[in-house]
Design a protein around this ligand. Structure first.
Ligand code: ZN
Length: 242
């Protein structure tokens, strides 16, 4: 079974369209979305529509929850707050209701899916270091958990002695004596210094995981952000992947 996992689109339609081209080439059996369809970018409505048409499963991210009125924006930085206030005005009540009812976490025998952390999905913790990841393994029973949220793709591996390592490689063959937390990165606003959109391919029969990067028409996205009078830094950061 071939799974395509993606996260953190954040209203970036051009990056999402580039992902659609990749999906049509790869032909995965299932497409799984880990949350944050909206926030930051100028096309939340269009992105939400494309995601719901494309993905077999959708999770809720913190920006989705905030735009739906289910999460206070007090914990958001000022630029993210401005973008949420703008997004709230653009979304219909029906779209907000849809975002509101999305699940925070899903457990399957083969893997767990969550936007932020399996330990406390509703607290929106960032798993940036191996020690952050280590605390989360007791909160899912499958060998594998896919996350998003930090916009930084990466893989954390836990060995049988309970030692957790941050694996920097973008592809990996899973080993039976390890458990893994895989961050699939961000489609619409990568923050690992690489401006290309990120997604993850998981082949469960080959037991392989690969983070893939996709170029897209970034200038067009930036132009739309400026035209919508969203904070200009939200456009600029896309050039640098920050
Ligand atoms: Zn996000």
């Amino acid at each position: 079974m071939k799974y395509l996992l993606f996260s953190d689109v954040h209203g970036n339609l051009e990056a999402l369209e580039s992902l659609l081209v990749y999906i049509s080439k790869v032909q995965p059996d299932k497409v799984l979305f880990l949350g944050d369809a909206v926030g930051y970018g100028a096309n939340p409505v269009e992105c939400l529509l494309v995601i719901t048409e494309t993905a077999d499963l959708c999770l809720q991210g913190n920006h989705d929850a905030a735009a739906a009125g289910a999460l206070s924006i007090n914990s958001f930085n000022p630029l993210a707050q401005q973008a949420i206030l703008w997004t709230e005005q653009v979304l219909t009540e029906e779209e907000k209701t849809y975002l509101h009812q999305l699940p925070l976490i899903l457990h399957f025998p083969e893997f767990c899916l969550v936007h932020a952390s399996p330990m406390e999905p509703e607290q929106w913790h960032y798993l940036l270091k191996a020690e952050d990841a280590a605390r989360n393994f007791p909160f899912f029973s499958s060998p594998l958990c896919f996350i998003g949220h930090s916009h930084r793709p990466g893989i954390f591996a836990l060995d049988q002695r309970g030692v957790c390592r941050d694996i920097t490689e973008e592809s990996l063959t899973l080993e039976g004596n390890f458990r893994y937390i895989v961050n699939v990165g961000s489609v619409g606003q990568p923050r690992d210094g690489n401006p290309k959109a990120a997604c993850c391919l998981f082949d469960s029969s080959e037991k392989s995981i690969r983070i893939h990067r996709l170029a897209y028409n970034l200038e067009r996205t930036q132009q739309k952000i400026r035209q919508a009078h969203l904070p200009s830094f939200l456009a600029e950061r896309l050039s640098y992947g920050i």
